[in-house]
Design a protein around this ligand. Structure first.
Ligand code: PGA
Length: 251
């Protein structure tokens, strides 16, 4: 279907600006003009340094969060215009750490997603079930409800800007990866949900990533699944060599 893979590294609260610069200098030399789009998502203070260090490379930059309002008295918050100006192209919304540690509910995720679109940036909407939900057999219901609420009031034209990341919460940072079959099954269900709500054309062009303990050793078999269009990588994206190996797994 011609979907180009996207490999994204979510650094979470790791990497000072100085460490970011060293990473980027090493990393750009390790990836060729390969078969994948590559995206780094450093913490806010490291974005500007990353942008300079990545200058002239094909690696894109993303942010880990956004405030839903365009500006105002919101101490500690960061707007879409700021992220765009510093060189971001993408913004994560609905990451499970934001949902579970910072209280972002589906309504907030939806507001943030609209703020990303309003700033001319591309949202990566993260969805995924916790272990009890998987054990109870409700994975698809949980994910459908997160999609339904997270994508409320998004029109089909805006949908073109959107990437989805399926990240089972029990696989994030735990070393326990979903099997390629489990990841494929849920991502195929997400694609069917999109076909139902946004039409077949969008369902076949949208990129849907898998995230949760992706490593050099398991990336190739995950990425070989027909509906998995890339990876959202946490821990393994902090090491330039490991992250370059995951990029290389796209072929
Ligand atoms: P992990 O994190 O690769 O360390 O499991 C993935 C994520 O949180 O996006």
């Amino acid at each position: 279907m011609g979907r180009r893979p996207l490999i994204a590294g979510n650094w979470k609260m790791h990497m000072t600006p100085t460490e970011t610069e060293a990473f980027c200098e090493a990393f750009v030399g390790m990836i060729g003009d390969g078969a994948a789009d590559v995206l780094l998502i450093p913490p806010f203070p490291s974005l500007d340094r990353a942008r300079s260090a990545l200058d002239g490379s094909s690696v894109s930059l993303g942010a880990q969060d956004i405030h839903p309002e365009p500006s105002g008295a919101f101490t500690g918050a960061v707007s879409g215009a700021m992220l765009r100006d510093v060189g971001c192209a993408y913004v994560l919304v609905g990451h499970s750490e934001r949902r579970h540690l910072f209280g972002d509910d589906d309504a907030m995720v939806n507001r943030k997603l609209h703020a990303v679109l309003a700033a001319g940036l591309k949202p990566i909407l993260c969805v995924g079930e916790v272990l009890e939900e998987r054990k109870a057999g409700s994975t698809e219901d949980v994910v459908s409800s997160q999609l339904d609420r997270g994508l409320a009031d998004v029109g089909p034209e805006a949908f073109e800007q959107i990437t989805i990341a399926y990240e089972p919460v029990w696989a994030i940072g735990t070393g326990e990866t979903a099997t390629p079959e489990q990841a494929q099954e849920t991502i195929a269900a997400i694609r069917s949900w999109i076909a139902e709500h946004f039409g077949e054309a969008h369902a076949s062009s949208v990129r849907i990533l898998y995230g949760g303990s992706v490593k050099p050793g398991n990336a190739a078999e995950l990425l070989a699944q027909p509906d998995i269009d890339g990876a959202l990588v946490g821990g393994a994206s902090l090491d330039p060599e490991a992250f370059a190996q995951i990029v290389a797994a796209c072929g």
